[in-house]
Structure formats: C-alpha cells, structure tokens
Design a protein around this ligand. Sequence first.
Ligand code: ADP
Ligand code: MG
Length: 832
Amino acid sequence: MNAESVDWGRLQKALSVEAQRGFTDVVGSQYRFSEFIQISLKNSPANLVSADIRRWQTLAAEYGRYPELTLEQRQNLLGDTRRFLLDMERVCTTTRTAANSASKQYQVVEKTEPSPARSLSTPPLNSNRSSSQISLNQALSQVSGIGSRNADKLAKLGLYTVYDLLYNFPRDHIDYARQVNIKELEAGETVTIIGTVKRCDCFSSPRNKKLTILNIVLKDSTGQIKLCRFFAGRQSNRGWQEIQKRLYPTGAIVAASGLVKSSKYGLSLDNPQLEVLDESGTIESLNVGRVVPVYALTEGITADIVRKGVQSVIPHVGLLGDPLPDSLRSRYELIPLQEAVSQIHFPRDRDILEIARRRLVFDEFFYLQLGLLHRRQGLRETQTGAVLSGKGKVINQFYKLLPFKLTNAQQRVIAEILEDLQKPKPMNRLVQGDVGAGKTIVAVVAILAAIQAGYQAAFMAPTEVLAEQHYKKLVSWFNLLHLPVELLTGSTKAAKRKQILPQLETGELPVLVGTHALIQDPVNFHKLGLIVIDEQHRFGVGQRAKLQQKGEDPHVLTMTATPIPRTLALTLHGDLDVSQIDELPPGRQAIQTTIFSGKERTHAYDLIKREVVQGRQIYVVLPLVEESEKLDLKSAIEEYQRLQEVIFPEFKVGLLHGRMSSAEKEEAIGLFRDGHTQILVSTTVVEVGVDVPNASVMLIENAERFGLSQLHQLRGRVGRGADKSYCILMTHPKATADARQRLNVMEQSQDGFLIAEMDMRLRGPGEVMGMRQSGVPDFVLASLVEDKEILILARDAAEKVINKDPTLERWPVLKSELDKRYQKLLGGAILT
Ligand code: ADP
Ligand code: MG
C-alpha cells in the first residue's frame, strides 16, 4: 500500500462516528468498527520511518482487542489513533509535495508519538468528577459550547479531547495594559490600541475572489490608523461580509492588538486581534481580564474558535486533579495545577500569568527529571557490573610513565571513576572537561583497571583522525606496559581485521580502539567490562547502546570536551553521574584571541611568519559551506594554493579536508604532527580532539559563521604546550555588527562553560549541541535559557521523591502522570 491508497478521510470519519456513538464498536454494512480499522491499518504507507511503522502495526493489533476494552481504554485508543493518523497524513502528504520539509515533519511525528502501551496501561487520571458526564478524553464535539464543526476545525490543530485543549497552552498573550496612543506608534512594535471605528468595510479582493478583506479605520484622540484583516475561503459571500461590518459599526469601541507595519500608505496593523469593547471601554465577557491568550493557528482556524473552545473546556479543568503531592507543592511554592492551567489561558493579570507559568514550567522539568532518575534507578536494580579494582601494579606503573603530575581535578575524577568501578553495579558516568583538560589519561586509568581485573575495554571515538590519535597514544604507553592494543576503523584492511577479530573473541586482545566500526556485527568481545566513548555527544543513543550490548552490562565512561550549560547537562544527562575536570594542567597560558577584519590580514600573516620562524606550527581553518561540499573543497584547495604559492612560499603548507580518504587524512595530520608541514589548511575536521602541542596559531576564516562553542573547540587546538598561543578570528568585511559582538565573547573569555552559556542564549539549545537529533526535549513552555532556577528546583524535587521511594510505589498518581508525560518529553530522539 502506498500513501495514495490510504483513505485518510474515511478512517477519520469512521473514528469520529465511533466516538459520536459512544464507543460502542458500531456495526457497519460489512464490518464492525474495530474490524474495519484493523483491516484499514493492515498495511502502512511505504514511506514511513521505522518507528512509525512499528507504531502503525501496534495500533492495528490493539484494535484486535477493542471489544474487550473498557470504555476509558477505548476512548484513549481512539484519541491516540486520531492524533497519530493525522500526523501520518501530514508526513505522507508533505513527503510528496515538499520533500525538503519532510524530515522536519518526521521529527515532529517522532516527538509526539505516544508510547504504544500508554493507551492501555495508563490508569485513569485522578479526576474530581465534575457534575457533568465529561471526562478528559471526551471528544470535543461532545462538549457543550463546541459544535461538531468547530471540533473538526480544532482537530486540524491536533486537538481532539478535553485534555488536548486544556494543555494547548497559548504561545503568547495580548496585554491590554500595553495600550499605546495611535500617534506614538512605531513600525515593528507589538501594541494594543483602543479607539472608535470611523469606517468599516468588508469586500472580496478584486484580484482574488476567494480572499475577503476587512478594513477598519480606527481613531483615538491622537490620530487614526488602518487595520486590515484577511479571510481566505468561503467567507466571500455577501451575507458574511455584512455580518462582519455589523460587528464593527461606526462609533464602536474596539481594541486591536498586533504588529505595527509600515508601508507606502503609512502605518497599519495587519491581521490584528480585534475585540469589541462595551461602551465603558472594557473588554467583553469572553476575554476575562486584560491579558488575552494568543494560540498557534493554522489556515481556516481563527483565534476565536480556539479561544471559545478553551473557554468551553476550562469549566472542566478540575478533572485534571493535581498529581503533584501537596507537600511538594507547598515546599516549592507552586499553585495548584487546575489554577495554573486556567490562568495560563485566561490570566487575571500579568502577575498571575507568571505564577501559573512557573507552575507549568516546573511540571515540564519535574517529570523529565523524575523520569531520568527513575530510569537510572531501574537500571541499577536490574544490572550487575564487573567489579574492577583501581589498585594494582599496572596502574602504578602507568603513573610512573607520565612525564607530569596529574592535576587535582584529574585525580579527583579518577577517584570517582575507580570508586564506581569497584561496585557491582555498572558505572554510567560522564566526564566533562574543557579542551586540553587531560581527559585521555583519565580514560586510560579506567581501561587499565578493566585489564587488571581480566576484562576487556573498548574505546570509541567519532572520527578516524581521533581514533588514530588515541590509538597512537595508547600504543606508546601500552608498549612499555607490555599490553597489546589494536585499532579498528572503517579503513582497517581486511587482513588486519581478520587478525584482530579472533584475538578479540578469545580475549587475547584486551583493548580495542576505534570508530563506529566497533559496533558492527562481526566484532565480538570475550569479556567486555568497560566501554569508553570520547566526544559522546557525537554519537546517537542507539550507537552507544549497541556498543553496550557487546558485553554484559559493561561499565560506561563517556567523555565530552564540549562544555554544556548546567541546564542542558541536566536535561540531557540527568540519568548519568557527572564528573568535571574543571582545571587545566599547569603552565598553560591564556590563548591570546583577536578579531581581525579583512584589512588587517597582513598583520595576521606577519604573526604567522614570526611563529613559524621560531619553529611553531599553524592551523588555518575554513568554514563549512553547508550548501555544497564541492564548493568547500574548491575553496579549501584554492586557499591552500594561495597560501603555499603566494603568501608563504618559503614554508611547507599542508591540506586536510573531509573529502580525503582516511589514509590521506592520516598522512596530512601525520606530516603536520611530525613537523614536516608548518601550516595546515583545514576544514572543520580538525575540530575534535586533534592534539599537536607545537601548534601555536589558530587562524579561523569567516569566524562569524561559526557558533561560539565550535570556535572554542577550534581554539583549543592550540595552547596545548607551555608557550604563548594565538587565535585569530578573521571576519568577513560584510559580517554584521551583531556577529562581531558575538565574537567579542571569545576575546574576553576562555571559560568553556561561560561560552557555552552565551552560545545557548544566542543560538538556542538544539544548535549548541550541533546535531539534529540532539535529544534536547521539546518543552512547550519551559526555556533552558530563562528558567534555570525552576529547573534546579525541579531536579531537587525529583531527587527527593526518588530517594524516598525509588519505584514510586507510594505515589501511584505521580507514577501514572510520569508514564504519560515522560516519553512525550523525551520524544523520538532519545528513544532510538
Ligand atoms: P582533552 O581533555 O582535550 O582530551 P588531552 O587528554 O588530549 O585533553 O590532553 C591534552 C594535553 O595535555 C595532552 O598533550 C596531554 O598529554 C597533556 N596533559 C594531560 N594531563 C596533563 C597534566 N596533568 N599535566 C600536564 N600535561 C597534561
Ligand atoms: Mg580528547
């Protein structure tokens, strides 16, 4: 079956008929309702992602049991099915019509996908039954005040049930307190104006008969302004237009709120929110208070439909109950859920809106933290890890080999790791440390502890360059300790693989370093006790899990050099123990960072010459032009030639880019590492982990195109030795003032955490992680930038709950709310 042959409309129709007939498994001319759905869902459209196909199949199977389900379960199942099908329809039609936006849609779908088990296993929500028969899962068409036509419209927004609508929080509010005189308006401001209607006209657009235009001229004591609202669709008939005109008769007092636009005809408000006020100038009853909600809308659905819909379900808000125990609520000074939900929609004033928001943001963070901690607890219950002692000859020998003393931070983190390893529960620890903090050594100590205890270790890095570098370091130490170590990457020769793999299976080979190649099928360990993953954020959760499955609950040590703000760390790694290497080895000098524009290029080259003459080495990094890899390559090669032939003919310049084979890359890096080339022109492939201590200048072209965290990473390639190092941020002459200001942060700070925090403020959490599937949860209200304090409180609360009652047995209502919300928050990204 392909997308074309799924009759979405018919499926939805069947589902809504069943809901309207009270979930009675309606008997049709050929089939019962449940049979019809089962047959219709037999084959999923061909172009779905696997998670959706699985979901599709689970749903079909659930209808096999439909006759046995309780009313509540039937309602749940129907709601889930309708939402899911709507999403799928969107995905299928977008894939066909606009291939480029399809991937976005997939993400959306994965994120909103409810857990297959949810509809059947979730106990009914705590409900203080209101006098009417309404339940949270009630179809909106059955709620008084919402007709079936409006219910159909709301369905287009994915809103089917009372619960959906209550939790459809506004994306903004109109504040009638922000009232401005017409004379004072300025383009670009969002304002509310109140005035009397001087003229109102409503007509079909002369150019597009389907478009209806409502023009109102509004005046106050200071001036007048034109408001335009546009209506697309059926409204083009005269009768409807007459009604509109009558809504805004001359002399009526109207509040209009929206963005002020400037055009050649002067200022105007386009598609403002309009409210007719009564004669005293107060707002009509629908919009309680002076702060009015603004909802996300789609075509054909007006703000009024959603607002009226919400207004109709608010009386049932009591059904939500409050899963949060009173003790927590009072401890963290939170208002009851019911009040928060009704006030977020129709706040009495700005202050209560803030208070309501605080409660709901707390909930979003709290259930995520509770889920993460609960999961960690669950894993600890069931898993047993190898007991690896940190005391032993090999580790002591290794310490003696080191030409330097470990920093205090390194010692502390090593101690934390060794303590974990000695417990019979598998370690799950993340080591965070700025570039150059010396994480590799920490990993090596853990690896040695595993070997000492007779176990094997795997060390996985995201790029071949990095894997090779780790391998080389390990070889240099392990040779002296008489321990074999091998490297396995995509470009390992077949003969070498043939030699390595059996040694791994017999246990003869204790350590294997490599890339993703480690998680492939023929790689089998004899007794894998520890896995180390460097630059862990570059791996998906699925890849990590795959490596874990190569042993029996091995200890897991993940490392990252990308400092991330604490808020992000908590949301992404809330189920891990975190160690910080918050100290650089002694003698490191601050890297002198300077922003240069095009004109100062010669200064930069002079500096480079001086440094090379003194025996130092230089990186020149070019930005990735994402649209075209070919273009990247061309610009990298051109720059390389220009530097070699025109600027630095007396030095040897090397070239490194992503399109080279691994052998070529390794050769280019090798030549640089050994000092044969003095200047290395590179694309961003050097970003992660490359360690050449003799390099002293990092010149970054078009620095304004990089994120701050990435610049910090790149800068970390220099300053690895004891001598002074430089980072030159070359900006394009056309770089905006904003961009340059952003770069100032780099001039002023070397603190990776501070830089990451700024980066997150400027670019948002997803971008900071630099990946599409970064696993940053999809919060509705909460912001990792603005709501840090609330997150810390929520974490604290979740810890208290889990410490008291690890399995949540004593808090069944909380547990069921958690089941309901947690997976939704984590979305598809984490549940690979
Ligand atoms: P990162 O944390 O970025 O992975 P590395 O482990 O690559 O850092 O270490 C960076 C450099 O610092 C390496 O050359 C390493 O040998 C050196 N180094 C590590 N620890 C110390 C220390 N305690 N004192 C001096 N140099 C150290
Ligand atoms: Mg490293």
